[in-house]
Design a protein. Structure first.
Length: 497
């Protein structure tokens, strides 16, 4: 059975804030400085049993320079600091707090060179210094296992060319060379299938293991006639920051780690092909694309992994590695002109992994596998000042692992699990509507109002599902579904000057 709530959560609170700031200064006709910042935090509490807050602070300083009529430069300094805190209460009023941080310092130098009417070239370099503090726990009810911050340095060189070969045929091709280096200041254990085989002590500031990867890409677009075209492409992408999750929902407490001596960069090779066509004097457009992605060095927790924050275990000892694949078809239909505009998009897809030691060495769904994903967006202009809009979303629930049995040990119920991610969360549904009033004045200060409802029909979408012994029917198990919120009215005032 599924329960749609819990009295422990009657004091639920939820709020968030986002602050964006932008400024620019023109040095001269060829040089301009841009400064932007973002500050945001989300806070949620489910009674006294659970609370979490997470947020991000970012700042960007960008220098735009016109070097010549054909060469442009953008130099960017970027800082970001993401952190989260999770508190878990207990019947004895003891609180356990878990926290983690990811801090990045990023330097980018991008150039745009219009070599000729047929060639548009982009090239540049990027350097990111990562500081990742793993998830740690503190509180009177847990043992404290301090974990040091791990540092890494990620660099890349790239060049990309848009080449118009002929009137109907255009190529976009390029290559990126990436380097990810482990920076010292910590001891790195090396595991093979979860077994410790060696360790490396790296002096603070020294460079340890470095991974080099070449990432080519090529896309060809051929215009069949005035209203239709086809395209095909190949790309390779490398990922050096990895998300570890053991939850059925996208919790902010999901842990990020960097590549190391044990964890290799994830590599994805993708091929795709698509068709696009316009109808009725370009008022309607349809796009269809199929893709297949082959993935290497995929990561997941091994069966029975000890991943509690206070276990003191090195999380890398709980990981196994293998391969994966993703494939599907994406369709979108757009109406681009008239009083009513909008689009309908639909994706049919499959994403799975195959890792020896998990799921009897057979393929299994990833947590983010969604068979169906549908979006319907409509915007209707009543008059020059008023417009109405609506968005409907539907998707298959995330893949999860539900217990298939249980037993009792020392007075506690232990659940048993078999196939990995063989079950599904309930489907997700939501309808949002809004009305916007925009006077569109010519003054320097411009403001607009928006009135709307989030989740108009109050669909009880599952945030999480947990299992427990049924107190009303001893010997049986019940599933408890937690839904965060139903219909939420909202009023927004936007302004710029």
């Amino acid at each position: 059975m599924f329960l749609k709530g819990n009295d422990d959560f009657k004091d639920t609170k939820l709020y968030f804030y986002d602050l964006n700031m932008k400024a620019n200064y023109q040095i001269n006709k060829n040089n301009r400085i841009y400064l932007s910042g973002y500050f945001g935090r989300d806070v949620m509490a489910l009674g006294s049993s659970f609370s979490t807050d997470w947020g991000n602070t970012t700042g960007t300083l960008r220098w735009n320079s016109i070097i010549s009529s054909r060469l442009f430069s953008n130099t960017s300094l970027i800082y970001s600091n993401y952190d989260y805190n999770v508190s878990l209460g207990s019947a004895s009023d003891q609180t356990t707090t878990m926290s983690s941080k990811i801090k990045d310092r990023n330097l980018k130098q991008d150039f745009s060179w219009f070599a000729s009417s047929d060639h548009s070239v982009r090239f540049g370099v990027q350097s990111i210094y990562h500081a990742i503090t793993p998830s740690t726990a503190s509180g009177s009810s847990v043992s404290s296992y301090p974990k040091s911050t791990r540092y890494s340095w990620e660099n890349a060189l790239y060049v990309n060319d848009d080449f118009k070969i002929s009137e109907p045929l255009t190529l976009n091709y390029g290559i990126r060379l990436s380097a990810f280096s482990v920076i010292g200041g910590d001891t790195y254990n090396i595991y093979e299938n979860g077994v410790l085989i060696d360790s490396k002590d790296i002096a603070e500031g020294s460079i340890g293991k470095t991974y080099l990867n070449i990432e080519p890409r090529l896309t060809a677009n051929y215009r069949i006639n005035e209203v239709s075209s086809i395209k095909a492409g190949y790309s390779r992408n490398t990922q050096n920051l990895h998300l570890l999750s053991n939850s059925s929902n996208g919790n902010p407490s999901d842990q990020w780690i960097g590549s190391s001596y044990t964890v290799k960069p994830e590599i994805a090779d993708q091929i795709s092909a698509g068709y696009s066509r316009n109808f009725s004097d370009n008022n309607y457009e349809i796009n269809a694309e199929v893709y297949y992605k082959d993935m290497k060095n995929q990561i997941d927790y091994k069966n029975g992994a000890e991943i509690t924050f206070d276990s003191g275990k090195d999380v890398e000892s709980e990981l196994l590695f293998g391969k994966g694949r993703a494939y599907g078809i994406e369709l979108i239909v757009k109406k681009k002109e008239g009083a009513l505009i909008g689009w309908i998009s639909y994706t049919l897809s499959k994403t799975e992994r195959k890792i020896n030691g998990i799921n009897n060495n057979d393929c299994y769904n990833t947590r983010l596998d969604k068979t169906h994903d549908l979006s319907v967006v409509a915007i209707y202009t009543l008059n020059p000042k008023w417009s109405l809009s609506g968005t409907f979303l539907y998707s298959t629930g995330n893949a999860v692992t539900y217990p298939t049995g249980k037993y009792e040990l020392n007075g506690q119920t232990i659940f048993q699990y078999t196939s990995r991610n063989a079950d599904r969360m309930p489907s997700y549904r939501r309808l949002d509507i809004s009305a916007t009033y925009d006077p569109k004045t010519n003054k320097r200060f411009h403001g607009s109002w928006s009135f709307g409802f989030y989740n108009l029909f109050g669909f009880e979408n599952a945030y999480s599902i947990t299992f427990e012994d049924n107190p009303d029917k001893p010997g049986t198990t019940r599933a408890v579904q937690t839904s965060l919120f139903k219909m939420i009215p909202n009023v927004t005032y936007n302004f710029k000057f």
